[in-house]
Design a protein around this ligand. Structure first.
Ligand SMILES: [Zn+2]
Length: 111
């Protein structure tokens, strides 16, 4: 799954579903690379994302994934929990920060 799919989601139900799927698969790939290094990542449900006006628990679970990933790789953690996903600007800001974390992890893992 191309990483670019989680960088520039269009704000439609279909595109959000694709973002949700692609994003979860990207976490799966990162988790596999971490596991190969002996690092377990918390198993949290990422896909499908809940309705965006009820995404609070999802954001907290997702943060657990990023905290474990970043800690294992010696990367600075971003706080990805404070975005309002119900607005296009908020979602785009979340997606940008999230992409940056994923890209940094992939570079560190050489995947
Ligand atoms: Zn993520």
């Amino acid at each position: 799954m191309p990483l670019a799919l989680i960088q520039t989601p269009r704000y439609t139900a279909e595109a959000l579903a694709l973002f949700s799927f692609a994003h979860a698969r990207d976490h799966d790939e990162i988790d596999d690379a971490l596991k190969a290094r002996g690092v377990d990542s918390p198993a949290v449900p990422l896909d499908p994302m809940p309705p965006l006006d009820a995404a609070g628990p999802w954001l907290l679970n997702h943060q657990l994934k990023h905290d474990a990933m970043n800690q294992a790789l010696g990367l600075d953690s971003s706080d990805l929990t404070g975005f309002d996903l119900t607005t296009e600007a908020g979602f785009e800001a979340f997606a940008g920060e999230n992409f940056s974390d994923h890209d940094s992890a992939r570079q560190r893992l050489n995947i």
